[in-house]
Write a new protein. Structure first.
Length: 452
């Protein structure tokens, strides 16, 4: 009877875990439309056009009395939103760890972002300041929500399931983004048939992403469970809160300098990746003169090829090792940006070729970076170290948009702005190449794979 009871309990726990995992997948399904439809496709070109409508004769707007070139306003807003996220994430993370009540915090962040995105429907005329504020709120909220969302992974999946569960969530997100882009493309191309203007069609696409985000977020919020932190876990964090908690993690990382060296390299080249994702549509619309339908199609192509690229790079990593494959992807990013600098204006075919290049390296470079980092984490410190990784992934990507915006502000050329991002991939390549990953894995106390 005792054995049967154990088996029943284990089966019940497994069923509950599967239920939570299925709910967890749906948060990526809910929020990915913000990253694709809003941040990557529509908001950059549209907010830039709104800022240009409000600009003076010299092409400048003046938020808070500061002269800003209209074409730089979107990039600056993205950069500021990430700085806000950097300030908020450690505080929210500490509150979640201290109370164990992540779900209410996830709900607050998700619905703040969804509400701000839905309110973008009212972004018309010359309301560029409204657009900037809504972008800052939505982007910061999304970063905070993703931090909380990812922190559920160690709780809902044992180590042997984590890669598969994480990959399924990632796939759900790309599928959702692709589906909404198809709907957006239909609306945008046939806006006359729907009896709306082009601008109104864009605003509907923006607002619908917020409604989608809020509606589908109900599923994970119903299925995920809160778990109170054990006293050992709390004591292990020495009662650290907010920024002190982050500082304590960084101090601990100093005992593993090779792990810290990898994280620094990742921070830099990922900043470049995130900036390319957020600024590519502006480059396509403002510098290359491409229409919104072309941009939507290009991003849809990126979404589809990112899955194939990740699978292909995963196979390469099994042969050549993750480090070499990531280094190869950074070379590919550099070549892609260099090619983008020379793209002729009004040539959608070449822009699609560029999008294909981005798609093939996008998913793989991010997925392999995460898996390589997992080998460098000391046993028993997974949640703590991955919190710092998440902050690097989501919270430190402000320098790229700032450099992009400043370059355009100083030169008036989006070509100069896009080529300036090569620095992130070159510096990231050099720093990663200098990390002896086999020794780093051994120093972290983990077994060294045959191919790494």
């Amino acid at each position: 009877m005792g054995t049967d009871t154990v088996r029943t309990d284990t089966a019940g726990e497994a069923a509950g875990r599967r239920r939570e995992q299925r709910g967890w997948y749906f948060y990526d399904w809910a929020c990915s439309v913000y990253s694709t439809s809003v941040l990557t496709v529509f908001l950059g070109p549209y907010l830039t056009s709104v800022a240009e409508e409000a600009a003076d004769a010299d092409g400048f707007v003046h938020p808070l009395g500061i002269p800003v070139r209209a074409g730089s306003f979107f990039a600056y807003s993205v950069s500021l939103s990430v700085i806000v996220a950097v300030l908020v994430m450690p505080l929210v993370g500490a509150a979640a760890d201290r109370t164990g009540r992540k779900k209410p915090l996830l709900a607050a962040a998700a619905y703040t972002g969804a509400a701000a995105t839905t309110a973008m429907f009212f972004l018309d005329g010359d309301r560029y300041l409204l657009g900037g504020v809504l972008l800052i709120v939505a982007n910061a909220a999304q970063s905070v929500a993703m931090m909380l969302y990812n922190s559920y992974l160690p709780q809902i999946a044992p180590p042997e399931e984590r890669d598969a569960v994480s990959s399924r969530g990632w796939a759900f997100g790309y599928a959702s983004g692709s589906l909404m882009l198809i709907v957006d493309l239909v609306l945008y191309l046939a806006y006359d048939s729907f009896g709306v203007s082009e601008g109104t069609a864009v605003r509907i696409c923006l607002a619908s992403a917020g409604l989608w985000w809020g509606a589908w977020a109900l599923i994970p919020l119903r299925r995920l469970r809160d778990r109170r932190s054990s006293s050992d876990q709390v004591a292990g964090r020495a009662g650290a809160m907010g920024f002190r908690q982050l500082a304590a993690t960084i101090r601990d990382m100093r005992r593993h300098p090779l792990t810290l060296a990898f994280l620094l390299a990742y921070l830099i080249y990922n900043d470049g990746i995130q900036t390319v994702i957020s600024q590519a549509s502006i480059y396509g619309s403002e510098e290359l003169g491409l229409g919104q339908s072309t941009l939507i199609g290009a991003v849809l192509l990126v979404q589809v090829l990112a899955v194939a690229g990740a699978l292909g790079m995963g196979r390469l990593a099994r042969i050549y090792g993750a480090k070499r494959t990531i280094l190869g992807s950074l070379v590919a990013w550099t070549v892609t940006l260099a090619a983008g600098y020379f793209l002729p204006a009004g040539a959608p075919v070449w822009f699609f070729v560029l999008a294909a290049g981005i798609g093939l390296v996008l998913g793989g470079s991010q997925a392999l970076s995460r898996s390589l980092f997992s080998h460098l984490v000391p046993p028993g410190k997974e949640a703590e170290y991955f919190s710092a990784y998440e902050l690097s992934d989501r919270g430190m990507s402000w320098l790229g948009p700032l450099l992009f915006g400043l370059t355009y502000q100083l030169t008036g050329s989006y070509r100069d702005a896009i080529i300036s991002l090569v620095a992130f991939f070159v510096i990231g390549f050099v720093l990663l190449a200098r990390v002896p990953v086999r020794r780093a894995i051994g120093d972290a106390g983990n077994p060294v794979p045959t191919t790494i």
